[in-house]
Every structure is written in structure tokens, then in C-alpha cells.
Design a protein around this ligand. Structure first.
Ligand code: ADP
Length: 266
């Protein structure tokens, strides 16, 4: 009964959220949180009338508050639930990171299991009307992924975007991620290849960072959409560390152009 009533609350809460998208990666450090942030900013810039939100359920490493530049903000509770933190007028975020900095909420954090917190986020955050809800998950396929896919089954999960770097070690894990999505009936919206190239800012020589670049081929073999590639840009890493909006900072970069194409393909 508990789970079912929880599912109903989640369904009610998310009924005005048009697209609910999981952002997944097989391995850590491939840029999943960075891409979640960039995609949310790209969607929010594209249409000021449409609202976008990020839900950060990366319990071991909640990095969205820092990347989105709202570290140290407090989450407030009102009669209609938890209010997310607003990054822009049409971009909000909720993260376990906000709860960690609040000593009053530490008990809630310690007590229930991980899926309890995820369920609370899904059923109690007052997002309002959203066009996109992007859910930043931990790397791999663990409890959090099973919880979130189960909880969102009735509310209608749009699908998953998988982030990877091009090396074979990462691709091995992406194949598992694709297998997971198929087993739990989550549609794969596509795979994004991150850190494919480095273009020297001085001589413009292109260097491949990793030995292989088989993401596109893997997508063809496994019949999943390939959404695009993003190069390495040291300024992006700096912006993430400092919570600066990279899209405004470097609007003419190849990353921003690639993102425009990617969001059209989603
Ligand atoms: P994950 O969420 O997969 O663990 P992160 O998004 O935290 O990975 O990224 C890991 C690190 O790599 C961060 O310091 C981030 O700023 C940096 N990074 C990610 N993508 C790029 C890129 N395209 N260019 C430069 N730095 C990047």
C-alpha cells in the first residue's frame, strides 16, 4: 500500500512536467553532471517561457549546487511542498547537496534509505509547470536508478540520455547502461560523447584525448540514437568549478553549437 500511495503522489506532483529525463553514465567523471547542467541551461535559454528543472539524486556526489552557481542556498518548505532553488527565472534545481548543508535536515538525510529521499524529492518538490525535468543520477546502475525508474513508471518517464567519453573502458559500461534501460523499459533518447577532442587554442591542432572514438559506431551497432560530441574546453571545467554560466560566457564555442544540435535531437 505504501509504495502505491507514494506512486500516486508522485504522479499527481509531476502531472504538469512534460518531459522527465534521466541523465545516466556508466562511469564517473565522464561529464554527466556537467552535461545535465549544460542541457538545462540550453533548454532554458532556448525558450524563456518554458520552465526547466534539474533534480540531483547523485547521493554520493551531489554537484549541481556548485555547477549551477547556487552552492549554500537553502531549500524552503511551504504548504505546497519543498521549493526548489531558482538559478534563472525559468531554471530551478533541487539537490541532496542543499540538505547536507542544513543541520536541521541532517536527521532526515541519515534516517531513511536512499530511495526514501528520492521518493520524497519526486513527491514533495513543488516544481510548478515544467517543460523539462532533468534528473542527474549517480554513475552506473544502482539502487537510485532502480528507485527512480520504479517511482516514475506511472508518472511517465520520457527516457534517458547516456553520457560517455570515447574510450573502450567507458564504452563497456555504456553497454551495461543500455542493457539496464532495456531491462527496465526506459526509452534511450540517445548517447552523447563528451571530451572527444581537444583543439589547441593557439595552433588550432586537434588532438584526440582517448585512444578510441567508437561511440557513434557503438550506437549504430546497438541501434540507439547518437546525439553528438562535445570537445574538451578548459573554460568549461573552470565555469563548472565556479558556478559560472558557460553558455553566456562563451556563446560562440563549438560546445554551445553542439548543444544546440543535441537539444533539437532530443
Ligand atoms: P560526472 O558527473 O560524470 O562524474 P562531471 O560532470 O563531474 O562528471 O565532470 C568531471 C570533470 O570534468 C569536471 O571537473 C568537469 O568540469 C570536467 N568536464 C566535463 N566535461 C568537460 C569538457 N567537455 N571540457 C572540459 N572539462 C570537462
Amino acid at each position: 500500500k505504501g509504495t502505491n500511495s507514494g506512486m500516486h503522489e508522485i504522479q499527481e506532483r509531476l502531472k504538469d512536467v512534460k518531459h522527465k529525463i534521466l541523465v545516466l553514465s556508466g562511469k564517473g567523471g565522464v561529464g554527466k553532471s556537467t552535461l545535465t547542467c549544460l542541457l538545462s541551461r540550453a533548454f532554458s535559454l532556448k525558450n524563456a517561457e518554458e520552465h526547466v528543472a534539474v533534480l540531483d539524486i547523485d547521493i554520493c556526489g551531489p554537484s549541481q549546487p556548485r555547477i549551477l552557481g547556487v552552492l549554500g542556498e537553502q531549500v524552503h518548505q511551504s504548504g505546497s511542498g519543498w521549493s526548489p532553488v531558482y538559478v534563472e527565472d525559468n531554471l530551478s534545481v533541487m539537490s541532496i547537496g542543499f540538505l547536507l548543508s542544513n543541520p536541521d535536515d541532517a536527521i532526515i538525510w541519515r534516517g531513511p534509505k536512499k530511495n526514501g529521499i528520492i521518493k520524497q524529492f519526486l513527491s514533495e518538490v513543488d516544481w510548478g509547470k515544467l517543460n523539462y525535468l532533468l534528473i542527474d543520477t549517480p554513475p552506473g546502475t544502482s539502487d537510485e536508478h532502480l528507485s527512480v525508474t520504479t517511482y516514475l513508471a506511472k508518472a511517465g518517464l520520457t527516457g534517458a540520455i547516456i553520457i560517455t567519453t570515447p574510450e573502450e573502458v567507458a564504452l563497456l559500461d555504456v553497454r551495461k547502461e543500455i542493457d539496464f534501460c532495456r531491462k527496465v523499459n526506459v526509452k534511450i533518447l540517445g548517447v552523447i560523447e563528451n571530451m572527444s577532442l581537444f583543439v589547441c587554442p593557439n595552433c588550432k591542432t586537434e588532438s584526440k584525448i582517448f585512444s578510441t572514438s567508437g561511440v557513434k559506431q557503438m550506437c549504430e551497432d546497438l541501434k540507439v540514437p547518437f546525439l553528438g560530441s562535445l570537445p574538451v574546453d578548459p573554460l568549461l571545467a573552470k565555469c563548472c568549478d565556479q558556478g559560472i554560466d558557460y553558455l553566456r560566457e562563451r556563446s560562440n564555442s563549438p560546445i554551445v553549437k553542439a548543444l544546440d544540435k543535441i537539444i533539437e535531437g532530443i
